[in-house]
Design a protein around this ligand. Structure first.
Ligand code: ADP
Ligand code: MG
Length: 656
């Protein structure tokens, strides 16, 4: 090791400038003392904003408690991992990716010098697949455990086990945590409780349930702005769509308000959701001219703290994953939040001064809310978890030491799916396909499709499949503003490939690349530029994973697959009305997505496997066309059961 490097490694940060006034600061010595012994553990419970996530890792680093290893801090949400890493890097006077870094799906900023790494729980789980002892890490901080995501639950069990076999220190943190339960599960009896300063928050409920929540939110925000003294507003919504809707509604009103007759004080609208590019996410934390209104998903509930908030507008809703054990489908539904969430949300207004919370629902609706949200493991498709556990060498997964065990039925469904995907061997261990699938961080159906596409018979169409999967992983490719609905639809139709939603997505992407990612092109055609950019990023990552998989054990790369990298802009040239290619892609979709093949009989589609009925979604290019055989990549259940992205496979379908 050269001298320069060593100097860098022994660099000890000092940080008097930030964090000294936060409530957690007075517990610093107690925290470091509790972690002095090898394999020690600690539970930290404290109000959102008291300094857990940003300060504790620095205490550990400063006290040298992680020996020379990295400190991992898990976050259930990628926005939190990214913004907090940037904040802490700033506090340490370095840039993100040096001492402090982050790693989230499809995006990573770490270097050899990184000592504190904020990662999504999903990414730490991936690390555990690649290295089951997580040997890089000396301290693992499991943050926000109250969210009880599946990945956090799996990690809790893994970390618990690892502590028995090697020196690994663990800290479990949260704002609202069931201390006795966590304490018993981990066998940790040291607890630090941080009392935050809080001010009273007055709560107002809707008198009558009326109107839709986006309109109600707009009215409440404007009223608050016009009638209440200074202080920023935080509005909780469900996702990108309603945030964008509300943003454009508000911006219209703000334009009107500029008229001398109204002379409305400045109001700045700042969105905050997962799909937003990183630099825009940081805007929520910056000061601005006039009053700020932040339109956020429940990311702002406990994961990140924004200073200056005095008013909360709470839609009472969130997007939640739920799993239909009967149909075996994961759905993302807009659902009522729990009482616990409602309390957390209103609490955001009382951190620095007394505040107000306007709930866009009645007291009766509040009374009907459940006390807290059930853990995700009870309402998810377990197939991905099972692949991950098996990849870590855990054989008997149904006996896995989860803090709360999922039902038998969930295991049965998942094993059925994995069998259908043919990724298990006779002993229910991963076969070669299964092992490959465990490396790709997508749902098993997509991992299988991606791997399937690399077969030589498909002649290098895997880059097209990669793009299709990337496009399926981002939301809202097409958009249609309220006043331009017809025009937008006309523009969108130009991109339609009439027998396939998947080829349509590929087509949009290829045109986007052909136009060099031009903003004008996106605007003109009502295509969501942000989503396309994201899809480009995801495609590159997925190509990278496929490249890793095709690497031979001696480290060389098979030629045919290595060259797919950085070739994205070549595709546009080839893809033009390439009939044979489309035929191959169709065949690959049919063979690679084996779970969801449907046959039409008298305008009714039934699964070729289970004979269950399903409908083509109205947004599909195949809606009302009734081709005999279709394959779909996503099933959603709203008022009916729908196939959302479909391709006509009648020409390639082979009867069993
Ligand atoms: P906790 O994890 O206990 O909820 P954090 O460590 O996330 O709290 O935040 C501690 C404090 O750091 C917050 O109260 C806020 O004042 C400040 N803070 C956190 N993130 C940022 C940021 N991106 N920009 C400015 N201040 C921040
Ligand atoms: Mg936190």
């Amino acid at each position: 090791m050269n001298k320069h490097k060593r100097l860098k490694k022994s660099f000890k940060p000092t940080f008097s400038k930030f964090g000294g006034s936060l409530p957690i600061f007075s517990h610093k010595d107690a925290i470091t003392a509790a972690l002095a012994e090898p394999s020690s553990g600690l539970i930290i419970c404290g109000q959102t904003g008291c300094g857990k996530t940003t300060q504790v890792p620095k205490y550990i680093l400063e006290a040298g408690l992680s020996s020379s290893k990295m400190i991992a801090v898990t976050q259930p949400r990628r926005v939190a991992a990214v913004t907090i890493a940037q904040r802490v890097a700033h506090e340490l006077g370095s840039s993100c990716g040096q001492t402090v870094g982050y790693s989230v799906r499809f995006d990573k900023r770490v270097s050899d010098d990184t000592k504190i790494c904020y990662l999504t729980d999903g990414m730490l789980l991936r690390e555990a697949i690649l290295d089951p002892t997580l040997s890089k890490f000396g301290v693992i901080i499991l943050d926000e455990v109250h969210e009880r995501t599946v990945s956090t639950d799996v990690l809790m069990a893994i970390v618990k086990k690892l502590r028995e076999t090697r020196d690994l220190k663990v800290i479990v943190m949260s704002a609202t945590i069931d201390i006795p339960k966590i304490s018993e599960y981990f066998g940790i009896d040291k607890v630090v409780s941080v009392k935050g300063r809080t001010y009273p928050v007055e709560i107002y409920n809707l008198k009558q349930p009326e109107g839709n929540y986006v309109d109600n939110a707009m009215i409440s925000i404007l009223q608050t702005h016009l009638e209440h003294p200074e202080g920023d507003i935080l509005c909780f919504l469900t996702g990108q769509e309603d945030i964008e809707d509300l943003q454009s509604l508000l911006e219209e009103k703000i334009e009107l308000g500029k008229h001398p007759d109204y002379n409305m004080a400045p109001l700045v609208v700042v969105p905050l959701y997962a799909n937003l590019p990183n630099h825009l996410q940081l805007r929520a934390f910056e000061k601005c001219e006039g009053r700020k209104v932040i339109l956020a998903t429940n990311i702002a509930e406990t994961s990140v703290t924004i200073n200056g908030i005095r008013y909360i507008i709470d839609s009472g809703l969130c997007k939640m994953k739920s799993f239909q054990t009967t149909t075996g489908v994961d759905t993302l539904k807009i659902t009522a939040i729990s009482k616990n969430s409602a309390t957390q949300r209103s609490g955001r207004a009382g951190r620095e001064a007394p505040g107000k919370c306007f709930r866009l629902y009645t007291e009766e609706i509040y009374d009907e809310m459940s006390d807290s949200t059930p853990p995700e493991i009870f309402r998810t498709n377990l197939s991905r978890v099972i692949i991950q556990l098996k990849a870590m060498g855990i054989k008997d997964v149904s006996d896995f030491d989860f803090i709360d065990k999922p039902s038998k039925q969930l295991y049965i469904n998942a094993f059925k799916e994995l069998n259908d995907l043919r990724c298990l061997d006779a002993d229910a261990n991963l076969n070669e396909l299964g092992r490959k699938m465990s490396i790709i961080p997508t749902e098993p159906v997509y991992s299988k499709l991606l791997i399937h596409s690399t077969k030589t018979e498909y002649k290098n169409i895997s880059k097209d499949i990669v793009i299709i999967v990337a496009m399926l992983s981002v939301e809202n490719i097409f958009y249609a503003p309220r006043n331009f609905q017809r025009k937008a639809e006309r523009k969108h139709k130009k991109f339609f490939v009439l027998d396939s939603d998947h080829l349509t997505l590929l087509n949009v992407y290829n045109y986007y690349i052909k136009n060099k990612g031009n903003s004008g092109f996106c605007k003109e055609n009502f295509i969501n530029e942000k989503s396309l950019k994201k899809a480009t990023q995801i495609s590159n990552q997925l190509l990278g994973y496929l490249k890793t998989l095709s690497q031979k054990s001696d480290g060389t790369v098979e030629e045919t697959k290595a060259e797919v990298i950085n070739e994205l802009d070549m595709i546009a040239k080839e893809a033009d009305e390439n009939y044979d290619r489309n035929q191959l892609i169709t065949k690959c979709l049919y063979e690679g997505l084996p779970l969801n093949t449907y046959q039409c009989h008298e305008n009714i589609y039934r699964s070729t496997k289970t004979h269950e009925e399903c409908n083509i979604h109205p947004t599909s290019v195949l809606f009302n066309k009734f081709p005999t055989y279709v394959v779909c990549s996503e099933i959603i259940i709203t008022s009916k059961k729908y196939m959302r992205f479909c391709t006509d496979i009648s020409k390639v379908y082979v009867k069993d």
